[in-house]
Write a protein that binds this ligand. Structure first.
Ligand code: LLP
Length: 437
């Protein structure tokens, strides 16, 4: 689908309907992830409109929900998968082999075993290897299918040092060795189809020069590889994902059209297709996390609103000091009703608050001393931009069950992942006892 998109470049947390969101908590409980599939489609179409000739893969790790994969496959995306589990999800969502790229990062043996089995069923899938050793391990398993080489271009960018991959030693073959490694792989009978690198995640406007330099290096390498390797040449040059989205209320979105122009210009003339593989861009502003205020207390220097989501539900603030917008839906819904004349609720005072989760770590806070309407027990808060790397990074630390998720598709809302229970938390241990005894 190539229809041009005139959807807004960003959906802010304030754009969501407070009353509607709050009603989801009554129906599905708290905490709850909500994902709007229509917004995922809009985001895809906007990106596709500025990259009309590129192949677009979706980086599944950003949000692996089956509904998201189905929607993006329908839109025409392929899927970039980071593990056997993600490839399994891709195939379950109906992807064909040619729509699946598996990017092996220090791959566990089980993943390679699994992938080679999957390749026997789906010989069109592409494996991206980041080391000669991985290529050897693929050969040991009889793999001689489509091979892409991940290179390390020596330049990284991204919202935090922990996600700047382009220069990190663990990723890719140093670019200066790529030609030799690819020539060797071609000689060994692999079907060499592409080169790949990913600069990092959450690239912002002020890092676009680094992104351009990164793409220029990939273009230069593509030309070198094409000259050096006999045969059909490269099919594609994959410059990864990384397009940042605004998290702060006053942050402007990337100017995508100029990012696309700069990418093409930096790449230069190549005899191969440009491939990109964003994750965050499609899903971040399509998702919110809803959480209920369970306790409010005056601390020494702040008021703490204790909520039922924590760093186990959304780890980004604890892990990267990431900013997420927060809104008190109950206060906003009451204010909207008051404005509409249907209620006489008093406007809440705005006071600095720390929104904190139930985990026993001081890092378990979503914000510190942020101005928000004074919280009351039972209020529902929405945490914005939670569609990317939200549920995906959720875990059971402190033996906390993971939350439920719902998707919204137009007017329809449906449960997409049930809430885990305490029984789920102890299940694997119980099962181990059954096997053992
Ligand atoms: N391709 C590869 C090979 C990647 O490793 C990644 C992300 C992407 C594409 C997609 O990047 P994106 O377009 O989503 O920025 N948990 C972190 C982000 C980690 C990203 C890891 N790799 C966060 O919450 O910010």
């Amino acid at each position: 689908m190539t229809e041009r998109s005139d959807s807004p470049a960003v959906r802010r947390l304030t754009d969501w309907d407070a009353t509607r969101l709050e009603s989801f908590i009554d129906a599905y409980g708290s905490p709850l992830y909500v994902l709007d599939l229509e917004r995922v489609r809009e985001n895809y179409r906007r990106l596709e409109a500025v990259f009309p000739d590129a192949e677009i893969l979706y980086a599944v790790k950003a949000n692996a929900l089956g509904d998201v994969l189905t929607v993006l496959l329908e839109e025409g995306a392929g899927l970039e998968c980071a593990s056997a589990g993600e490839v399994q999800r891709a195939l379950e969502a109906g992807a064909s082999g040619s729509e699946v790229h598996y990017t092996a990062v220090n791959p566990p043996a089980q993943d390679l075993d699994w992938i080679v089995d999957a390749w026997n069923e789906h010989p069109e899938l592409t494996v991206t290897a980041g080391s000669e050793d991985t290529i050897d391990r693929l050969a040991d398993r009889g793999y001689d299918g489509r091979l892409c080489l991940r290179v390390n271009p020596g330049i990284g960018a991204g919202h935090h040092e922990k996600v700047q991959t382009g220069a990190a030693a663990k990723f890719g073959v140093p670019a200066e060795r790529a030609v030799e490694v690819l020539r060797d792989a071609a000689d060994r009978g692999f079907d060499v189809v592409g080169i790949h690198a990913h600069v990092g995640s959450g690239v912002s406007s002020d890092q676009l020069d680094d992104h351009r330099e990164f793409v220029a290096r990939m273009g230069g390498l593509a030309r070198e590889v094409s000259e050096a390797i006999d045969g059909d040449g490269l099919e594609f040059v994959d410059v990864g994902g990384g397009f940042g989205v605004p998290y702060r209320e006053d942050e402007e979105p990337l100017d995508l059209a100029s990012v696309a122009d700069a990418t093409r210009e930096a790449l230069g003339e190549i005899d191969a297709r440009l491939t990109i593989e964003p994750g965050r861009y499609f899903v971040a502003d399509a998702g919110v996390l809803l959480t209920e205020v369970n306790t409010v207390k005056e601390a020494r220097d702040t008021v703490v609103a204790g909520v039922d989501a924590g760093m186990t539900t959304l780890i980004r603030p604890a892990m990267y000091d990431a900013y997420h917008p927060i809104r008190n839906l109950t206060a906003d819904a009451a204010e909207a009703a008051e404005t509409a004349g249907s209620s006489a609720a008093e406007a809440r005072e705005t006071i600095p608050q720390t929104v904190a989760g139930p985990i026993c770590e001081s890092g378990d806070v979503f914000c510190s001393n942020r101005d928000l309407p004074a919280s009351e027990r039972g209020d529902v808060l929405a945490i914005g931009n939670a569609g990317a790397y939200g549920y995906e990074m959720a875990n059971q630390y402190n033996s906390r069950p993971r939350p439920a998720s719902v998707v919204r598709d137009g007017e329809a809302v449906r449960l997409s992942r049930r809430r885990e229970t305490v029984e789920d938390v102890t299940r694997v241990e119980r099962e181990a006892r059954t096997v053992r005894d």
